[in-house]
Design a protein around this ligand. Structure first.
Ligand code: TYD
Ligand code: MG
Length: 452
């Protein structure tokens, strides 16, 4: 019998400790250490007479044409960097009920339809429940196999026998490894399970999709370690009550990160949204103060969005400030810039900033949008509806250059906007674009004078 030992794991960052502590010494979170039983590893003796590992020169490695399997869902392919790479491991995280199982079942459906052997392993739902979901989505081909199993050894055996092209593991938190004593979903279980799936993926060249639930703080429940192990991490986000969902690439060894895919949840599954800007601007009020259209680059794609602000007199000593969809501290900073560099007395005002549509945007290029929305609401003067703006705002109130200005302007033109407020520095490098007026601004004051 191997000896069992008790270890405490932080459920937030995966740090290990031999005794319980109120605060995790690694990530400084409180009350996250949980007791887990780990069987001590048998002392394995490493006997090496000759090493089989060989050093190879980079120039001697043949560059294999990287073949990708397309999921036939353009939005997903883009986030993956052009399709599924065989032998890769993709983690799909998101809140419960956001649509992870639905998305991956649709992926399975498309892949199976193109004559590839696919295995969907569910540890959460019964075969009947998956069938009900599949019936909502549509016709399925015969190449899709389902398995309800939580024991990873059994999964491994079946995968070895069936040799599917793609395996989907519906929730890593339900899987367990018999060699680990702690409960499914605990840090050591999830880590071990991911490790054995990784071996399966790399060993047999099978692409593995792993679904992971996230905690309310927005990290994959339990271990951050999981993110280091897998090749690609995708997060599914969006308001569960709203129809659209955003799939965001957070890490990608085979493509660029920051790409997003936009979907809409319909009664017959997830539908791609081809023009997200149009979608985001739907329902924008006309002639209202405190609303302005800004542009943010998400990976290679510009997205127009509406920044809303409401500034009103505060009835209490300490003004209330909230920011939905953007960084709260950034909003506070921009308000300080307005106070000091433009001379607006915002110290006794409540301010609420919102990115309409519930999407989260943290690119500094929307700074100018936030500033203009705040001032527009403060002065109660609407901003011209056919105008968009973008630019990063510095602490001295200067408007700094942003990248890919031209793409942003072209996107605005496509949606019928006629004026663009851009950083003066970016304007210099721009070609003339027909049908749209480009106004360069050096600082916040200039932008406000021109617009509000
Ligand atoms: P699901 O994929 O089960 O979420 P997750 O696996 O991330 O927990 O999605 C569940 C939600 O999606 C559920 O509230 C019902 C809704 N839904 C639709 O609106 N249309 C559909 O066609 C399907 C399959 C689900
Ligand atoms: Mg699910």
């Amino acid at each position: 019998m191997p000896k069992e030992k008790i270890v405490f794991f932080c459920q937030s960052c995966g740090a290990e400790s031999s005794k319980w502590m109120g605060q995790c010494p690694a990530c400084k979170e409180w009350n996250t250490l949980v007791e887990e039983i780990v069987s001590a590893k048998k002392g394995s003796k490493v006997v090496r007479t000759e090493t089989r590992a060989k050093v190879t020169k980079l120039k001697d490695i043949e560059s294999a044409e990287e073949q990708r399997i397309t999921t036939q869902i353009t939005e997903l392919d883009r986030v993956l960097g052009g399709g599924i790479v065989p032998g890769s491991m993709v983690l799909v995280g998101g809140d419960p009920g956001i649509g992870k199982s639905t998305l991956l079942l649709q992926v399975c459906r498309n892949l199976a339809a193109s004559n590839q052997n696919i295995l969907y392993v569910s540890g959460e739902e019964s075969l009947q429940q998956i069938k009900i979901r599949a019936e909502r989505i549509g016709e399925f081909s015969d190449n899709l196999s389902l398995l309800c199993e939580t024991n990873l050894e059994v999964v491994g055996e079946i995968v070895g026998k069936e040799r599917p092209k793609v395996v989907v593991i519906d929730s890593i938190q339900t899987m367990y490894n018999e060699n680990v004593a702690s409960a499914p979903g605990s840090v050591s279980q999830v880590r071990e399970s991911t490790g054995s799936l990784l071996q399966l993926a790399k060993g047999l060249g099978i692409a593995v999709f792993v679904i992971g639930h996230v905690t309310k703080e927005g990290v994959v429940a339990g271990p951050r370690v999981l993110e280091h192990m897998v090749d690609t991490v995708l997060y599914f986000e969006g308001d569960r009550h709203a129809a659209y969902r955003i799939l965001r690439g957070v890490k990608n060894r085979f493509g660029s990160t920051n790409e997003i895919g936009v979907f809409e949840m319909r009664s017959e599954g997830l539908e791609e949204v081809e023009n997200p800007s149009e979608f985001m601007l739907g329902g924008k009020p006309e002639g209202a103060s405190g609303s302005v259209v800004a542009c943010s680059m998400e990976g290679s794609r510009p997205i127009l969005l509406e920044v809303q602000a409401l500034v009103c007199h505060s009835n209490f000593g300490i003004p209330r400030r909230t920011a939905a969809g953007t960084d709260f501290n950034r909003v506070n900073l921009l308000m300080a810039v307005l106070e000091k560099r433009v001379g607006l007395q915002m110290g006794n005002c409540d301010a609420y900033v919102n990115i309409a549509g519930g999407i989260k945007m943290n690119e500094p290029a929307i700074d100018l949008g936030i500033i203009l929305a705040l001032v527009s609401s403060y002065k109660n003067r609407p901003i011209d509806e056919k105008t968009i703006c973008f630019g990063e705002v510095g602490l001295s109130g200067e408007v700094r250059a942003v990248n890919m200005a031209e793409q942003r302007i072209l996107e605005a033109k496509k949606l019928g906007f006629t004026t663009c407020i851009v950083p003066e520095v970016s304007k210099a490098s721009l070609h003339k674009i027909e049908g749209i007026q480009i106004i360069g601004v050096k600082n916040v004051k200039e932008a406000i004078d021109k617009m509000v």
